[in-house]
Design a protein around this ligand. Structure first.
Ligand SMILES: *[C@@H]1O[C@H](CO)[C@@H](O)[C@H](O)[C@H]1NC(C)=O
Ligand SMILES: *[C@@H]1O[C@H](CO)[C@@H](O)[C@H](O)[C@H]1NC(C)=O
Length: 476
């Protein structure tokens, strides 16, 4: 019967149209970027965020069979730099990733997308053993897909997946996870929303699942249990799949299709120019577009989850946090120099009213560490995992990281990460300090790991005061 009341079908159409309207009005109008795209970067400018049609609402009412694709639509590459690739409709069959396309000339070199996922060691044979084969990834045409997958249509793995194809080697470590792999995952993914404002809000849907193809559930957590804290705080609904799940899906003998997946592969990322300069795989996705506030989404989620409230921060009160390793037993300051540094910092506190915290991370709970980092203006310490907390600092004009090395020694880990967040880094060799662009070559001289690292506490304190009063900026 036709009447004036709308049918369910008409109502559905109106709802879908409204959803589209809301989506397009709230999306970025003209994504602009402060970053120059490197020749290695591919960005498919259309379709940068999942359309609402792909969202969970499209599954209501749930129709049996809707979770399967009709035919084998082509895979598209949404964004790519070596080691970090976002695909739409990537097929997985018998444990192999299939790119289905009749335009294979537009597909990046397979070596720059995936590897065998073997642990990373030096030497030409080791490098060769990580080069991908047809077992890891194949690029096939639509006709071939029909023949290969046969009558079995592909089952959708919906939403956004993050697939980490690395072994546990660099994962079970707070720095390498939170400040490198997870950091890089979000930097690559958030390239799809280059307009993230300072408060971190974004229309990008959070990843629904993390897939590890080469490690089991017992091999991604770190000894301090920070990896799971950070990941679950950032994405409370994320679920995990491990190598058992990967093999299980393979053994089922049916094709799967990942609606949208970000594939991260450390060996593949090592083929990039940015990696060669910094030895940081997370530096590679910085060749993609991105908001200067790209990390705010994650930082805010994690520090809020950890109990930090902006009200906890007294206005114009600057916080200096020295992360001491003096009881750690490895890579420590000369004890006298440590004591002198603490004295000088306390003098600053007494003279200028700065808050000074001298802490050993192993004595703080996770919540205490994260809350303190969230309030810290200047973080300092000997090169080491404790400095990973710098990723939770609020980047402001004064935010600074000071890292003490054994003279002659240098590594990019915290230096690069600090700059990636728009903060200032100073390295120290005893009574000498250095900052970009005048940083030394990477070196691990004898003494680097030792307990006789010198530091000039007066120099550190002077630099703290300069940074907090922005002295070098008032000069010009
Ligand atoms: C599935 O992969 C295994 C290797 O793990 C291989 O031996 C087998 O031939 C493959 N099966 C099909 C149907 O491709
Ligand atoms: C975040 O900032 C944007 C743009 O400045 C604003 O439109 C939005 O309402 C803010 N969101 C929150 C949760 O404050």
């Amino acid at each position: 019967m036709t009447g004036l009341t709308p049918t369910t079908r008409e109502l559905c159409l109106v709802v879908i149209l409204l959803a589209f309207l809301v989506f397009f009005l709230s999306g970025p109008n003209s994504p602009t970027s402060s970053v120059n795209l490197s020749p290695e970067a591919i960005v498919n400018s259309k379709d940068l965020s999942l359309s609402s049609a792909d969202d969970a609402s499209a599954q209501i009412p749930y129709q049996y069979g809707n979770n399967r694709l009709i035919g084998f639509p082509e895979t598209t590459i949404v964004a790519h730099v070596p080691g970090w690739t976002i695909f739409d409709k990537l097929y997985i069959y018998n444990g192999t990733a299939y790119i289905v396309t009749d335009h294979s000339e537009s597909i990046p070199d397979r070596n720059k997308m995936i590897s065998t996922g073997k642990p990373i060691h030096n030497g030409p044979e080791e490098v060769a053993s990580r080069l991908p084969t047809d077992r890891e990834m194949r690029i096939i045409g639509t006709k071939e897909a029909e023949t290969l997958f046969g009558a079995n249509s592909a089952s959708r793995i919906d939403g956004v997946s993050w697939w980490v194809n690395d072994p546990s080697q660099f994962i079970m470590h707070y720095y390498h996870w939170s400040a490198e792999i997870f950091f890089g995952l979000w930097r690559a993914y958030s390239s799809l929303d280059p307009t993230i404002p300072a408060n971190g809000s974004t229309h990008l849907p959070p990843p629904r699942r993390m897939m590890f193809s080469h490690l089991d559930a017992a091999h991604w957590r770190d000894y301090a249990s920070m990896n799971e804290w950070v990941t679950r705080a950032a994405f409370p609904s994320i679920s995990f799949e491990f190598s058992q799940d990967w093999h299980e899906r393979a053994a089922m003998g049916r094709p799967w299709v990942l609606e949208r997946v970000l594939l991260a592969d450390r060996s593949a990322a090592m083929k990039s120019y940015n990696y060669l300069r910094t030895q940081r795989t997370a530096s590679v996705p910085f060749a993609l577009p991105g908001s200067p506030h790209w990390w705010a989404t994650i930082r805010h989620s994690v520090v809020l989850f950890s109990g930090f409230r902006p009200e906890m921060q007294e206005k114009d009160k600057y916080v200096i946090t020295y992360i001491s390793r003096q009881e750690w037993g490895r890579r420590m300051l000369i004890q006298r120099d440590h004591e002198r540094l603490v004295e000088e910092l306390y003098k600053l506190r007494d003279t200028y009213g700065y808050e000074v915290n001298v802490v050993s991370t192993e004595k703080l709970s996770r919540v205490e560490q994260l809350q303190l980092a969230g309030r810290t203006t200047i973080m300092m310490g000997v090169h080491g995992n404790g400095l990973t907390s710098l990723v939770w600092m609020q980047p402001t004009r004064r935010s600074t990281v000071m890292e003490f090395f054994f003279p002659g020694g240098f590594a990019h880990d915290y230096e690069w990460t600090t700059r990636a967040l728009g903060m200032v880094h100073f390295g120290f060799w005893g009574d000498r300090s250095f900052t970009r662009p005048d940083v030394p070559q990477v070196a691990y001289p004898p003494g680097f790991q030792g307990n006789e690292i010198p530091i000039d506490g007066m120099l550190v304190a002077r630099l703290c005061h300069e940074r907090l009063t922005l002295a070098e900026e008032t000069d010009d």
